[in-house]
Design a protein around this ligand. Sequence first.
Ligand SMILES: Nc1ncnc2c1ncn2[C@@H]1O[C@H](COP(=O)(O)OP(=O)(O)O)[C@@H](O)[C@H]1O
Ligand SMILES: [Mg+2]
Length: 269
Amino acid sequence: MVTQSIAGQAIRVRGLEKSYGKLEVLRGVDFDVARGNIFALLGSNGAGKTTTVRILATLLKADAGTATVHDCDVATQPAKVRESISLTGQFAAVDEILSGWENLVLVARLRHLKDPGAIADDLLRRFSLTDAGSRKVSTYSGGMRRRLDIAMSLIGNPSVIFLDEPTAGLDPEARIEVWHAVKELAGHGTTVLLTTQYLDEAEQLADRIAILHQGRIIVNGTLAELKQLFPPAKVEYVEKQPTLEEIFLSVIGGSDKSDVTGTTTGGQG
Ligand SMILES: Nc1ncnc2c1ncn2[C@@H]1O[C@H](COP(=O)(O)OP(=O)(O)O)[C@@H](O)[C@H]1O
Ligand SMILES: [Mg+2]
């Protein structure tokens, strides 16, 4: 049902497999991410999202299959891949004792970039942290910290950025702040692959959404395409669009709803 153009892909993943001992986490994962798109890899806790991202970021070797970033193979050309990517993990990697500005300058210096101060100023502005820039990070809110983390990962202008559950553990307000930051990234032409357990996050941010379940991508499309899979239910004369959550629960079936942590199915009565 979903057509994809072959040109213009920033990331291509084919037949990716990965096991930890007897646990088969990835059992043939396929997807593409177009340049400049925001792609959401949606899955329950333990679905294999971090495993996928770590393979793409050259931190982990797959057992089988291939993955390329800008046509460079992650297994055979890891150094080339690293030149164009950046990874922001689930846990913010900022230095608490330094200010936001100092954190940014530090990373820019480590990367031997010209004018680290100007780079820091620019990133603080892009992520609405200018006022907080001179404060110690230990005084930042969760949302500010995560935005700084994303800003830090942009130093050196990576063209592909991996955000592994960028809003995990944040309160609703902070999540919205981070969403703005992610949209800002794509606005600058950066390709974003983000993982999330939050259906509304995928719905808000992503150009395409893929659902990773039991080691495979079971659905991949735009939100509109996903919604077409499930025609609106007619209630008298009012069309009711399915929410992504309903689509998600419907595709993964009733088999193991215990996997679907953090979601609710109530509120339909
Ligand atoms: N290094 C490891 N050794 C053994 N099992 C692991 C390891 N890393 C992850 N796992 C397991 O693999 C599965 C997928 O993990 P992960 O990719 O972190 O999922 P997600 O990020 O979607 O929550 C989980 O069951 C997890 O416990
Ligand atoms: Mg994870």
